[in-house]
Design a protein around this ligand. Structure first.
Ligand SMILES: C[S@@+](CC[C@H](N)C(=O)[O-])C[C@H]1O[C@@H](n2cnc3c(N)ncnc32)[C@H](O)[C@@H]1O
Length: 199
């Protein structure tokens, strides 16, 4: 049994404290780096439509909601209760309607999500299981329109992670937009076709 641990940090003048497990605690770094990137780059999320895949603790989705977006925060069914309680505990009542927690298992029941409905698709540390790569790509393709920007923060740990990037490049225009050397986290931006827009 691994006891829950607390992770706390501040964004946009809010202090966020999520309950996590020891395993997730160490995997929070890509989420932290992506949150910092969005804020540091001043990416305008006000009233934008965002979906987070494989949200885990919900840290990224919570921060993006605090930055003004309407966010659909997703994960597998088994993760939803814990995710919902972190989201509820960290958003002030007036912002709660902006964050919806919903089941999304990659490649499954994608019709529950309107194709192309999102300005941003975000994922932190979701590239790690080779058996899910095809379904993850299928999900990105379903959700992505010409105007959608995908941002994935990843730690490149294994050869198979590079394989995912190769598969991603076959379907999207991909560029590395940030590398945090202290945390060894890369952020990749992907868009349909040959678009390489600024945000
Ligand atoms: C390493 S954790 C990262 C969690 C969170 N994004 C973060 O940065 O802390 C990977 C997440 O992907 C989710 N996941 C794994 N396989 C999935 C699948 N097939 N469909 C949807 N989510 C999946 C897991 O439930 C988990 O929450």
């Amino acid at each position: 049994f691994l006891p829950p641990v607390m992770f706390g940090d501040s964004w946009s003048s809010y202090h966020i404290q999520v309950v996590t497990s020891v395993v997730f605690f160490f995997s929070l770094l890509p989420a932290v780096v992506l949150c910092a990137y969005l804020e540091m780059e001043g990416i305008d999320l006000k009233d934008r439509s965002v979906i987070e895949l494989g949200a885990g603790t919900g840290l990224l989705g919570i921060v993006v909601t605090l930055l003004g977006a309407h966010v659909t925060i997703t994960d597998r069914a088994a993760a939803l209760e814990f995710l919902e309680s972190n989201v509820q505990a960290n958003l002030p009542p007036e912002l709660r309607p902006r964050a919806v927690v919903k089941e999304l298992t990659w490649g499954k029941d994608l019709d529950n999500f309107t194709p192309g409905a999102f300005d941003f698709i975000l994922g932190a540390d979701i590239v790690y299981l080779e058996e899910t790569f095809a379904e993850l790509l299928q999900t990105l393709e379903h959700l992505c329109s010409e105007r959608t920007v995908i941002l994935l923060s990843c730690r490149i740990r294994y050869e198979r992670d590079l394989k995912f990037l190769k598969m991603l490049r076959e379907r999207f225009s991909v560029s590395e937009v940030h590398y945090d050397s202290s945390k060894d986290v890369h952020i990749y931006k992907a868009q349909r076709g040959s678009r390489r827009d600024d945000f």
